[in-house]
Design a binder for this molecule. Structure first.
Ligand SMILES: *[C@@H]1O[C@H](CO)[C@@H](O)[C@H](O)[C@H]1NC(C)=O
Ligand SMILES: *[C@@H]1O[C@H](CO)[C@@H](O)[C@H](O)[C@H]1NC(C)=O
Ligand SMILES: *[C@@H]1O[C@H](CO)[C@@H](O)[C@H](O)[C@H]1NC(C)=O
Length: 456
């Protein structure tokens, strides 16, 4: 997402929005009784640049619907937070810049899907006081937040938690907070998952100052707004660039859209895709490639750099990779649909035609009942081989038919296209492609072929 606007101007845009979101009770939630929630800062506090305060919410399978709040100071030297189990893994959720989104109800959603998936301690780092004023001032705070978290981790380690049992999930600026915790522990924490790690003021930063693969045993990052709020460079072992990592399907491109739609939809998509992936409805599998353009042009069709297994977004160990050592800063690409559960199947179409006298255009569609996905290809006189990747909600083995239309309506276009072959295969390529050879496509007469196949 991009429109000519500096970060300073952006904050002006965000501020009126923030106001309605952050107005609320000034006092922290009651910590002793009942269930805790994230802190709200008031508009006054927002304006006055409140001091940094770090507190934690703990959720476990025993306390799923009722977060328990505590602070480092409230723990005595030998005490564990109630319900914290040191023999379990701990997921640490770190939110980012607070103005970016409504009261982060997503935090509790993420906690809940994590608990549904695994028996873990979920620690939510609440640094709302300190994350809610101008972005550049918030950035000054992020290392202090990390230092405070490291004090808690040291404490939990003394009580029996293993350093590698900590998995940080950091959103936006929270990803760099997690990265700095990792730096403080010299890369010995288990995992950091970065959800659209913040870009402004970090892209050119030293690796000491931003998230990088040396911060944990495994670092995975999901990029959805790398041309604006997110970072465009790889920061993990595996970096998923969803739909190229810049603009997301279903996010408004118009400045007349709602503030959410226009300003942060792309940025928050990483989180929504992750929540959906953790909740386990379908696999979000990506392929390594040099660029998204090459990926769309079908230049990357396997996961051989990972010895055959392709990485998936979600909780699988090392994102599902079995290769050792895991490569670093590997860019991987996937196409998603515009709404949950976001999964799509990558289908490579290869078209070979006889040399043309004039340029032409074809539209190839892959159909399954009323699910139809189309791709237009412009054919040039000097090229006979074309490749394109399209995303279909159904796997190749469920598709009913392929149709090729000669869409060159104008006079100077080729009237007859002699197709040598059209082949489709699902990526990563594991099986022989399905091919149809030698047919002509005339203008006004679509060519169609029904698949006869079964899914294994
Ligand atoms: C935060 O504000 C919202 C709405 O303004 C309110 O419903 C909620 O109870 C507040 N939460 C806390 C912890 O004060
Ligand atoms: C902590 O987790 C372990 C491993 O799942 C389990 O065996 C143990 O009973 C748990 N302890 C408590 C106090 O729940
Ligand atoms: C997770 O999946 C369950 C079961 O399919 C569903 O009820 C729940 O709403 C999902 N949660 C989220 C946050 O998507």
């Amino acid at each position: 997402m991009f429109w000519g606007c500096t970060i300073a101007a952006l904050l002006c845009v965000l501020a009126p929005h923030t106001r309605s979101e952050v107005l609320g009770a000034a006092e922290p939630a009651a910590e002793d009784h009942g269930c805790a929630d994230l802190t709200n800062t008031t508009w006054q506090q927002y304006r006055q640049r409140t001091e940094l305060q770090v507190r934690y919410l703990l959720l476990t399978r025993d306390t799923q619907d009722c977060a328990q709040a505590f602070s480092q100071d409230s723990l005595s030297k030998t005490q564990l937070p109630p319900h914290f189990n040191t023999s379990l893994q701990t997921k640490v959720i770190v939110h980012g810049y607070r103005a970016m989104g409504s009261k982060p109800s997503w935090v509790l959603n993420l906690a809940q899907v994590l608990l549904r998936a695994e028996d873990v301690n979920v620690l939510i780092v609440d640094w709302v006081y300190g994350a809610s004023f101008a972005y550049n001032l918030v950035v000054e705070n992020y290392k202090e937040v990390a230092v405070q978290i490291s004090i808690l981790i040291n404490h939990l380690q003394k009580q029996g938690s293993k350093l590698e049992s900590f998995h940080f999930i950091g959103v936006s600026l929270g990803a760099h907070v997690a990265g700095f915790v990792g730096t403080l522990f010299e890369g010995r924490i288990g995992r950091i998952t970065a959800l659209d790690p913040a870009g402004p003021m970090f892209k050119r930063a030293d690796t000491f100052d931003r998230l990088d693969p040396s911060d944990a045993k495994f670092v995975d990052a999901v990029h959805t707004d790398s041309d604006y709020f997110g970072i465009s460079i790889p920061v993990g072992h595996v970096d998923f660039f969803i739909n190229g990592g810049n603009d997301q399907t279903g996010c408004a491109r118009s400045r007349f859209a709602s503030m959410y739609g226009y300003v942060i939809c792309d940025h928050m998509r990483a989180l929504h895709v992750y929540v959906s992936a953790v909740n386990g409805s379908c696999a979000l599998t990506a392929l390594p490639c040099t660029s998204y353009e090459d990926f769309l042009r079908g230049q990357c069709e396997d996961c051989n750099v990972f010895k055959g297994t392709c990485p998936t977004i979600g909780l699988s160990v090392n994102s599902g990779l079995t290769v050792s050592p895991v490569p670093r800063e590997q860019k991987v690409f996937l196409i998603t649909t515009s709404s949950a559960p976001f999964c799509a199947h990558h289908i490579l179409v290869e078209l070979v035609v006889a040399a043309l006298d004039k340029s032409a255009e074809v539209e190839i569609s892959l159909d399954k009942g009323n699910q139809k996905v189309e791709k237009r290809l412009r054919l040039q006189r000097d090229t006979t081989v074309y490749r394109a990747v399209l995303a279909h909600p159904s796997p190749l083995c469920e598709l009913h038919s392929i149709t090729v239309r000669n869409t060159g309506a104008r006079l100077y276009r080729q009237t007859l296209i002699q197709v040598r072959s059209v082949c489709v295969s699902q990526l990563p390529r594991r099986e022989m492609p399905l091919c149809v050879n030698k047919f002509d496509v005339r203008r006004g007469t679509p060519w169609s072929h029904d698949f006869v196949q079964v899914c294994n």
